[in-house]
Write a protein that binds this ligand. Structure first.
Ligand code: AMP
Ligand code: GLY
Length: 424
C-alpha cells in the first residue's frame, strides 16, 4: 500500500513510524515531512496547506490511504477534497473540523448539548468586549475564535491585560480573521488531561490519557509553547474519572456532532480540566496532539493502519483497540530561545541506538547530515514498566543526542510522579 501523511512535525513522524509497522505498507509519502522524517518516508516538497497540490499528488501517485494530521488542512477541507477524488482518508471533513476551527462553534455546541465546560460570552466587536470586561470576574480567559497557532488564549489577571488582549486580537488582528470574534470564559482550575480518541462518528474509543507540559520553563513557568514534553498515562485520569468523561463528555460530543449533521471521523482530542466540580472541556482539537502522539502511539498495541481504516470506513465498532499497560515519557529538545527568537542550522547527532525513539519536528537534511531548523527540534520517547523508569530513560536518551544551543525542560514527568503519590 501507498500511504500519504500530510504534515511535517514530530507528531507526523510518530504516526509514520507506527504506520510502518504494518507489513502491507510499501511507501509512505510525507507532505512536506522534514529532514528527520526523510529517514522513514519519502518527503515531498508540498506544503500541508496546499490542498490542490496535495490532491494532484495523491492522484498521480495512486495513493491508497491518506492521513491528514495538522489542524490547518483539516479546517480548510483537505479531507473533503481528497474524498471527492476517491482517496480514502483519516481525518474529519471540514464540517466536523470546525469543532477546533471555531471556538465559538465548540462552546455553543457544548452549551446546546449540556457538555460541561467553562461558562462564556461571545463578542464580535471590541466595544462590547471591553464593556463586558469592565466588571468581569478576574482572571478572565480570552480566546480568539479561530486557529491561532496555539497562541490564541490569553489569561488576563488584571483589567489592563484583559483590555490589551482585546486590542491585540480584535483591533491589531495579530491572528487575522481568527480574531474577528472572541470568547471570554470563566477561569477554571485543576489538573489538565489530554485524551485523544478514535471515532467514526458513532463509536468512540479513547486512547491512553496523557499530560502535556506547555510552558517553556521548568516548574510550568515561562511562555506557552507547542508542548515541551508529555507523559502517558496521566495519573490524574483515574478509571472513575474516565467513566465520567465517557458519559458526560465523549459520547455526548460525538452524538452532538452527528445531530448537527457533522459526524466526526478521525482523531478527536479532548483537552480536559479536572476541576473541583468535575471534568470540564477546555478545548477540542480535530486531530492528534503534538507532542501527545509521541507518547500515545508508542503504547498502541493494535495496528494503527487497521484502526485508521476502520475509523474512516465507519467500522470502528468491530475493531478492538489495545494499549500496553506501560508508561511513556517524551522530552522535547528545542532551540535555545524558543518560543521567541532562536538560531537554526546546528548539526544534530543522535546515537544510533536512540534513533528509533526520536521524533523529529524541525530539522533539515543537507548532504546526509541533519541540522536544526525550528523551535522544537525533536522529541525522544522512552517506554518502561513504570513512570519513574520511563522518565529516567528518556533523559538518558536526551544525553545521547547533541546539537549546539539545545534546550529542554529538566522536569518532564515530575508533576505526574508527584500526582501518583497524591492519587494513590
Ligand atoms: P488552549 O490553547 O485552548 O489549549 O489553551 C491553552 C491553555 O490555556 C490551556 O492548556 C489551559 O492551561 C489554559 N486555559 C484555557 N482555557 C482555560 C480556562 N477556562 N481556565 C483556565 N485555564 C484555561
Ligand atoms: N499539545 C497540544 C496540542 O497539540 O494542541
Amino acid at each position: 500500500m501507498k500511504i500519504m501523511v500530510v504534515g511535517g512535525g514530530g507528531r507526523e513522524h510518530a504516526i509514520i513510524k507506527k504506520l510502518k509497522e504494518n507489513q502491507s505498507v510499501e511507501t509512505i509519502y510525507a507532505l512536506p515531512g522534514n529532514g528527520g522524517i526523510a529517514a522513514d518516508a519519502v518527503c515531498v516538497g508540498i506544503g500541508a496547506k496546499d490542498i490542490p497540490a496535495i490532491v494532484s499528488f495523491a492522484k498521480e501517485h495512486a495513493v491508497d490511504f491518506a492521513v491528514v494530521a495538522p489542524d490547518d488542512p483539516l479546517v480548510l477541507g483537505a479531507v473533503d477534497a481528497l474524498s471527492e477524488v476517491g482517496i480514502p482518508c483519516f481525518g474529519p471533513n471540514r464540517a466536523a473540523a470546525v469543532i477546533e476551527g471555531s471556538k465559538v462553534f465548540a462552546k455553543n455546541l457544548m452549551k446546546k448539548y449540556g457538555i460541561p465546560t467553562a461558562s462564556y460570552e461571545v463578542f464580535d466587536t471590541p466595544e462590547t468586549a471591553l464593556a463586558y470586561l469592565k466588571d468581569a470576574h478576574l482572571p478572565a480567559v480570552i480566546k480568539a475564535d479561530g486557529l491561532a497557532l496555539g497562541k490564541g488564549v490569553i489569561i488576563a489577571e488584571t483589567r489592563e491585560q484583559a483590555y490589551d488582549a482585546v486590542k491585540t486580537i480584535m483591533e491589531d488582528k495579530v491572528f487575522g480573521q481568527s480574531g474577528a470574534r472572541i470568547v471570554v470564559e470563566e477561569f477554571l482550575t485543576g489538573p489538565e488531561v489530554s485524551v485523544l480518541s478514535f471515532t467514526d462518528g458513532e463509536t468512540l474509543i479513547p486512547m491512553v490519557s496523557s499530560m502535556d507540559h506547555k510552558r517553556a520553563l521548568d516548574g510550568d513557568r515561562g511562555l506557552n509553547t507547542g508542548g515541551m514534553g508529555t507523559v502517558a498515562p496521566n495519573p490524574y485520569y483515574t478509571p472513575e474519572i474516565a467513566d465520567i468523561c465517557m458519559e458526560t463528555i465523549f459520547l455526548p460530543t460525538i452524538r452532538a456532532m452527528k445531530a448537527e449533521g457533522r459526524p466526526f471521523r478521525g482523531c478527536l482530542y479532548f483537552g480536559l480540566m479536572l476541576t473541583p466540580k468535575g471534568p470540564r472541556v477546555i478545548e477540542y482539537n480535530c486531530r492528534f496532539g503534538d507532542p501527545e502522539t509521541q507518547v500515545v502511539l508508542p503504547l498502541l498495541k493494535t495496528d494503527l493502519l487497521t484502526v485508521m481504516q476502520a475509523t474512516a470506513n465507519g467500522t470502528l465498532a468491530s475493531c478492538k483497540v489495545e494499549f500496553s499497560p506501560a508508561h511513556a515519557c517524551c522530552v522535547v529538545m528545542a532551540s535555545q530561545g524558543y518560543p521567541t527568537h532562536y538560531e537554526r542550522g546546528f548539526e544534530i547527532t543522535v546515537a544510533p541506538a536512540v534513533l528509533p525513539h526520536v521524533y523529529v519536528a524541525g530539522a533539515k537534511l543537507t548532504d546526509g547530515k541533519l541540522y536544526t531548523d525550528g523551535g522544537r527540534v525533536l522529541g525522544v520517547t522512552a517506554v518502561a514498566d513504570t513512570l519513574e523508569e520511563a522518565v529516567k530513560e528518556a533523559y538518558r536518551e536526551v544525553g545521547e543526542i547533541r546539537f549546539e544551543n539545545a534546550y529542554y525542560r529538566r522536569d518532564i514527568g515530575l508533576k505526574a510522579l508527584k500526582a501518583k503519590e497524591e492519587v494513590k
